[in-house]
Structures are given as structure tokens and as C-alpha cells.
Design a protein around this ligand. Structure first.
Ligand code: CJB
Length: 811
């Protein structure tokens, strides 16, 4: 650094306020400045949305400041970095989360109130960033928050889809999908880096007209940690036509077509695939994956080369985490770069690759995993196909040495599927024995083959969610109550401290305050329900919630059939008995993949049943059913704190983990659940007596599948299915296939679990009547939720998987 440059930097420091100030007056000034100059509205006349913009830009300035400092510090320290590669992030809204992590919530609220605005109202102005489908995508968002909070030198990479997950609109009870053009109103949380761009080349050496000259442009989203100045980067790539002029097409005189063709480049990152877990063989999907991988790897290698000239130290400086199979082309891409561009000998390159990658699988069943037709891969990425063939060849050779010529097993374990028509990017395959595999669920049959040979390569991790978003942001009154009784806010960074609530669980004062907080949250939810569906609900009723993607294995149908049973019972009761019924408000919400017929029928059935029940004066407040449309992160933030009971009722063995359960648990909601994935771990933590568990266990499922359909069906079950079949709720033809499925085959075991499901529901009713007991269970749920923080998960990854250390920015 020259003396001249140093002097210049010092002059700049003097000219700038070192840090923006966070007192209400300074914040007000900033908000007004942004309203005037950024939003270009008069500071004397602006509405809620413009105030939201002014505030967001003021918060963004503060984020940027910390972000710059953090990045500079990381660069100076040069620690081993973790790069988190995920095609999906469900970030939801950013404003509240940012000001809480920056520690300026009260100051912002005060600044706004003096200007005549209410913070809560402004926060509602923000739309969700929904660049993902379900649990996997929200997990990435939680983990990014933990990575920042725990000071890890981390970078998240993803795609900046122009259209996020579709909006769900319900018309006559049917789901319709509307595009989510979420950037329409601007996005203050991203910074476009016009100079951080990389070319992405498809079709190997042959350049195809349509897609030549695609460029990835970086959009950086600063992610602030809580209780630290560390602010890390979530870098999302958007596809743009490149600047390289294709003189050929311009010279032909067809200027308009040449421009239109260039524009096609943008389609690569235009839309998120909405089919939660099945993308079989789609060309655009493969293009998205490679586009993402290519840009991210170029960026990572560029950063590495900035301070290192020897690739052998790459594993000491870089860890790459693949979030499910979606970015697994990264492995072949790094091989390609090392071998083709850096001239590494194959084995040396492979050795490096094996040390830097780890991979997490989020699915238990292998059928759902991605397969890519060989001809598609071969035409789009011929060099990568060659590399994958070679990886597979070496792998099979090594396998032969270990297991001999067991051809069945060899072909099961090969990357290339038998018959050589398809390339499997199945988790255990492409990553095979060399890379670390992290499971959030248990093994399926295929994984066992690998585990037997390389047990040291498999790790198990319990998922987690961030208490910042799922208590502090979404349930501020519970947050305050917890801090009051623990005498500290330290649990927001160290969630294990929540166990301190256990000793107060029976304290009547805490119980009273706890109930009050929960009641206010129920009130908020009741207002929302009325606004969305016109249904008025009683606050004395038990709010019973199932919100998640609609999937047959998640068994929303079991829930609805249970509701029909409850309705049927109430209808057939004597007036005097009705007084003993515990009133319920059953709430369902979730999106079905646009092409998933059965899931869409379940949504329609829910509406048909709701219409019947909610209009029935015999039933009144004893039972209501509402479907909350367009379930997303923000809706979850409202619904979860207001729920008394939540359902996680997947067929045992099919939910890898489940993270919704953890959010409800943290908020003191009781769980009615099968012993599947995370609910098993939750019961270990809070005790099975504090939940309502039911249904077949994983080890019992195979025998149940063997049974004849008739033997599986419980009588009460047969009755409610018959009601649907006979058209009691209308739409007889439309619902026929749902009824056939559960009666003829019942792969998801609704019939055989039904009796036990009803018993668990009855136990929940009984517990609810005893409010003292219920509240104690509720407090114990929150108290036992510490293990399910993503902070804990991330610490385990850092320590056991990535080998990275915190790097905390000191200024
Ligand atoms: N998961 O959301 C998805 N999408 C997939 O394609 C595969 C799995 C979910 O991931 C969550 C995070 O690990 C799990 O908790 C959940 O069980 C799983 O369904």
C-alpha cells in the first residue's frame, strides 16, 4: 500500500461518519432522507409503503456498513470458509428480522411513532421472498441466520428467481396458481453487483445460438447476525445476456430477432420449480443447476486465487456444502476446472474434491431423488458427462476390490443406472464413498450399501430452526415473557438456557402470564382467519393446526377424515352431550405442486367439508374448519404463535425430519404426531407424556403393508370414507380416486392408523379441559426446544463436517 493511498483512505474516514447512529433522531433523519431522495416522495407527504421503503433503506445502510467491515475482516484473516450451495431459500420478510438482529427494534419503533407511523403496520408492507418450496428451503434460511449469528466465515449461494413460489389462490375450493413476480415493488435487501459477473458456458465446445453468451450477475443480500456485528453474504445469481456481441447475427440484418434471442438467456433464472422434490429430466432445471453451480464455483475459486496460488491448500481454506442433490454438478465442475483448466492430474484433483465437499440429504425415500437422462446431460454438458463416467469407472473399480463381482450390488451402487439410460444423481451415488454425507433422516435401503462399506463417511444431524425468526420476530410477547422469567435475553443466542423455564412450569404466575400471551396471539390469528375466510371462531376453542406442503405422505387427508368423524359424532349426539365437547377450530394450510392431482383434491375436500361444517347450526362453535390460503413464511409467523395443537402425522418412516414441529414446539404449542423424524427426537427431549403420539412405528410399517386392505381398515374409518364416497360433501366423482386410494391400497396407512389417531385426539381434548395441565405442558414444550435450534445444528456442522472456526469481526 503506498503512502499516498493510505493518506487517501484516512481522509475518507475523516469525511465519513464512521458508523451510522442508531438513536431515534438519527434514524428519523435517515428515514426522511430516504423518503425524499431514494423513494423520491416528499418528506411531508408519504404513505405506509413509502415509509416502509424509507425505513428499509435506512436499515439497509446499517447492514451494508457492518457487511463491509465483516468482509474486510474475513479477507484480512483469511480463515477457512464455508460455502453453502442451495437452489432454494425461503427467506420470508427481512425488515423485522434485520432490525432485531441489528438490535435497533425499539429505536426504530420510537422513530416511527414520532413520525406518525406504527412499526408493525410498516412491517406488513413487505412481501415474502419465497425462493423455495418447503422445509428444505426454510432450513437454508434458518441456517444462514445461524451462520451469521455464530460468526462463521460463511457465504450462501443461490439463484435469484424472478418468479418465486407461486401464489395460491382458492376459487370454489380449488387451488389455482398465480405467478409471484416478487420484485415488482423493488427489493431493498439486495445489492446488484454489476461488475461481479461470470460467463456460463453450455454445450461444451459447441456454442449453440440460443444460449450462447449467458452471464451470471451477482445480487448480494447482507445477512446480519444477532448480538454480533458479523454480517455475511447471501449471493444470488441472475442470468443476463452477456456483453459479448454476437456479430454474426447482427450482420445478417435480423436485428430484432438477434435481440430477442439474447433475451432468452434470462429465462434460466426466471422461475423456481414448484414441484417440491420431483424435477425428473427437465432441461431448464438442469440448465438452472449448472448455471448456479458454474457461477458459484467460479466465484469461489476467484476468491481463493486472490490470496493463494497453490490449489493443494484448497481443502484448508474452503469447504463446500451441497444442500441436497440439486447442486451436485458442482463436484464434476470442480473436477473439470482442476483437470482441464489448472492441468491437475486426475487423482490429485479427485483427492482435493473429496476433501472439500460435503452433502446433506433431506429425503428418506430414494424414488424422489433426481435422475438426469444421459442424452440430456450429454448434449448440454458433454464434458461433465465424461467426468461423471470416469468418476464412476474409478469408483466401480474400487468397489470390485472391496466387494468382489457382486453385480447386483455393483449396479445398485453405480452412478450410471443399469441399462445406461440415465444418470443418477442420487445422494449416495454421485457423492459415493468419498464425500461426507449428512443425513437428517434415517437410511433407506440404498444408503445401507454405502454405509456398510464407509460408515465413517456418514453423519447424522438433527435439524434446527432459528429462535430469532420463530420466537423473537414472530412472537414478541412470548419472547418478552421468556426473558422476564429467565432474567436474561441471553437465550436468544444460547437457546439451551430455555431449560431454565422448567423450574417455573408449575408456577401459577407464569402460567397466568403464559396463558395471556397465548390468548392474545390466538386473537390475532382469529382476526386473520375472519378476514381471510369470513369464518368467526371462538377463542375458547382449541386451535388445531396443520400447515405444510400438501403431500399424501404428510397425511392431511387423515386430518380431514378425523374432522369428518368429529363432525359425525357431534351430529349424532344428544343435545346434553354436546355440552361436553371440547370446541375446536381446525386450521389447514399449504400449497400443492401444480401437477399433483391427489394433493389438489385434498385441498378441495378440505373446502367441501368446511362448507358443510361451518354452516351447520347443530355444530356452531363446537367445530370449525378453515383453510388458510397462500401459506408462506409470513403466514406461518402469524399462525404458529396462535396454535394450541399442531399436527405432524406423516406415515412413520417417510418424513426425513420435519422442522415445522420445532417451530410450534418453541412457541409452546402441543404436538399431535406420529413417531417419525423430528417428533421422535422431540419426545426424547420433552417426554412422550407431553405430546400426543399415535400410529404405527417405523418398524411396524412393512408388516402393515403386507396386510390385505380390508384388514387394515378400521370401522370408523370405513364410515367416514363412505360419507365422502357417497357425496355427503358433494363432488362425488372428483373425490372418488381419493377414496379408492385409501381403501384399495392405502399405501400411507390412513386406515390402520385411524383408530389410534382418534385416541390421540381424544387425549388432546381431555388435556385441554385441564388448562393448568395444558399450560404446564406448553411451558415444558418451549423449555425443551433448545436442541432444535439451528445454532446447535450449525455448530455441529462447523465442528464435525466442515472444520471451520468462528471469525468474529471485532469492530
Ligand atoms: N424436504 O422440503 C423438502 N424438499 C425436498 O425436496 C426434500 C426434503 C424436507 O426437508 C426438510 C429439511 O431437512 C425436512 O425437515 C423434511 O422432512 C423434508 O421433507
Amino acid at each position: 500500500e503506498s503512502a499516498e493511498r493510505r493518506a487517501k483512505v484516512e481522509r475518507m474516514f475523516e469525511m465519513m461518519d464512521r458508523f451510522l447512529k442508531n438513536d431515534p433522531i438519527s434514524l428519523q433523519k435517515d428515514i426522511l432522507n430516504h423518503v425524499e431522495y431514494t423513494v423520491a416522495r416528499s418528506r411531508f407527504n408519504f404513505d405506509d409503503f413509502e415509509a416502509y421503503q424509507g425505513l428499509s433503506h435506512s436499515v439497509r445502510d446499517r447492514l451494508i456498513e457492518r457487511w463491509h467491515d465483516t468482509q474486510l475482516y474475513f479477507k484480512r484473516k483469511d480463515p477457512k470458509r464455508i460455502y453453502f450451495l442451495s437452489l432454494e431459500y425461503l427467506m420470508g420478510r427481512s425488515l423485522s428480522n434485520s432490525i432485531i438482529n441489528l438490535g435497533i427494534r425499539d429505536e426504530c419503533a420510537e422513530a416511527l411513532s414520532q413520525l406518525g407511523f406504527e412499526f408493525e403496520v410498516l412491517a406488513e408492507q413487505e412481501g415474502d421472498a419465497a425462493l423455495g418450496n418447503g422445509g428444505l428451503a426454510r432450513l437454508s434460511a434458518c441456517q444462514i441466520d445461524s451462520l451469521a449469528t455464530m460468526d462463521y466465515p460463511a457465504w450462501g449461494y443461490g439463484l435469484r428467481y424472478q418468479y418465486g413460489l407461486f401464489r395460491q389462490v382458492i376459487l370454489d375450493g380449488y387451488q389455482h396458481e398465480q405467478p409471484d413476480y416478487w420484485l415488482n415493488f423493488g427489493n431493498p435487501w439486495e445489492i446488484e453487483r454489476v461488475h461481479v459477473t461470470y460467463p456460463v458456458k453450455f454445450y461444451g465446445a459447441v456454442e449453440e445460438e440460443d444460449f450462447n453468451g449467458v452471464e451470471a450477475v451477482a445480487y448480494d443480500n447482507p445477512i446480519p447476525g444477532y448480538g454480533t456485528r458479523n454480517t455475511i453474504t447471501l449471493r444470488l445469481w441472475a442470468a443476463k445476456p452477456s456483453d459479448l456481441h454476437d456479430m454474426e447475427s447482427y450482420n445478417t440484418g435480423d436485428y430484432i430477432n438477434a435481440v430477442v434471442n439474447r433475451q432468452k438467456a434470462e429465462t434460466i433464472s426466471s422461475v423456481l420449480y414448484p414441484d417440491d422434490r420431483s424435477y425428473q429430466g427437465k432441461e431448464l432445471r438442469l440448465k438452472q443447476q449448472y448455471f448456479f453451480v458454474s457461477a458459484s464455483i467460479q466465484d469461489i475459486i476467484r476468491r481463493f486465487k486472490d490470496s493463494h496460488d497453490n490449489f493443494d491448500v484448497l481443502p484448508e481454506k474452503v469447504a463446500l456444502q451441497l444442500n441436497d442433490t440439486h447442486p451436485s454438478l458442482a463436484i464434476a465442475e470442480v473436477m473439470r476446472i482442476l483437470v482441464d483448466e489448472e492441468n491437475f492430474e486426475w487423482n490429485r484433483a479427485w483427492d482435493i474434491v473429496c476433501k472439500i465437499f460435503s452433502f446433506t440429504t433431506h429425503t428418506v425415500v430414494s424414488e424422489g431423488l433426481e435422475k438426469i437422462p444421459i442424452d440430456l446431460l450429454g448434449s448440454l454438458l458433454p464434458r461433465h458427462l465424461e467426468i461423471i463416467y470416469e468418476i464412476n469407472f474409478n469408483f466401480v473399480e474400487e468397489l470390485k476390490k472391496r466387494i468382489g463381482l457382486d453385480y447386483d450390488r455393483l449396479s445398485r451402487m453405480s452412478i450410471i443406472e443399469e441399462g445406461a439410460v440415465k444418470v443418477l444423481l442420487k445422494h449416495h451415488d454421485l457423492v459415493n464413498c468419498y464425500l461426507l454425507v449428512v443425513m437428517v433422516g434415517t437410511f433407506d435401503g440404498d444408503a445401507v450399501d454405502f454405509y456398510e462399506l464407509w460408515p465413517q463417511k456418514f453423519q447424522y444431524k438433527t435439524n434446527g430452526v432459528t429462535q430469532r425468526r420463530w420466537i423473537v420476530v414472530s412472537n414478541p410477547s412470548l419472547c418478552a415473557l421468556i426473558s422476564k422469567w429467565l432474567g436474561t435475553e441471553a437465550w436468544i443466542r444460547n437457546v439451551d438456557l430455555l431449560t431454565g423455564l422448567r423450574e417455573h412450569a408449575a408456577d401459577t404466575n407464569l402460567q397466568q402470564e403464559w396463558k395471556m400471551v397465548r390468548k392474545v396471539n390466538k386473537m390475532r390469528l382469529a382476526e386473520y382467519i375472519e378476514a381471510m375466510s369470513g369464518v368467526k371462531v371462538s377463542l375458547d376453542a382449541m386451535f388445531d393446526v396443520q400447515i405444510k406442503r400438501i403431500h399424501e405422505y404428510k397425511r392431511q387427508l387423515l386430518n380431514i377424515l378425523g374432522i369428518i368423524h368429529r363432525y359425525d359424532c357431534i351430529k349424532n349426539m344428544k343435545e346434553s352431550d354436546r355440552r361436553k365437547v371440547v370446541p375446536r377450530v381446525c386450521i389447514l394450510g399449504g400449497k400443492a405442486a401444480p401437477g399433483y392431482e391427489a394433493a389438489k383434491k385434498i385441498i378441495k375436500l378440505c373446502h367441501a367439508v368446511a362448507e358443510k361444517i361451518n354452516d351447520d347450526s347443530d355444530v356452531g362453535d363446537l367445530l370449525k374448519l378453515v383453510f388458510i390460503p397462500d401459506y408462506n413464511v409470513s403466514v406461518a409467523e402469524l399462525v404458529i404463535p396462535g396454535a394450541d395443537l399442531s399436527q405432524h402425522v406423516s406415515t412413520a418412516g417417510l418424513e426425513a425430519s420435519g422442522t415445522g414441529s420445532m417451530k410450534f414446539l418453541m412457541n409452546g404449542c402441543l404436538l399431535l404426531a406420529t413417531a417419525d423424524g423430528s417428533t421422535v427426537e422431540i419426545s426424547e427431549e420433552i417426554g412422550a407424556e407431553n405430546m400426543f403420539l399415535f400410529g404405527a412405528k417405523v418398524h411396524e410399517v412393512p408388516a402393515l403393508h403386507e396386510k390385505e386392505p380390508d384388514a387394515k381398515v378400521n370401522l370408523q374409518f370405513a364410515r367416514v370414507v363412505r360419507m365422502v364416497r357417497d357425496g355427503y360433501f358433494g363432488f362425488q366423482d372428483y373425490f372418488k380416486s381419493l377414496c379408492d386410494e385409501v381403501e384399495d391400497n392405502d399405501f400411507y396407512l390412513l386406515g390402520s392408523d385411524f383408530g389410534s389417531y382418534l385416541e390421540a385426539q381424544a387425549a388432546a381434548d381431555k388435556a385441554f379441559v385441564d388448562q393448568e395441565k395444558w399450560t404446564r405442558m406448553s411451558i415444558l414444550s418451549t423449555a425443551g426446544s433448545g436442541r432444535f435450534s439451528s445454532d446447535r445444528t450449525i455448530e455441529e456442522y462447523a465442528d464435525k463436517t466442515w472444520g471451520i472456526e468462528p471469525c468474529r469481526c471485532p469492530f
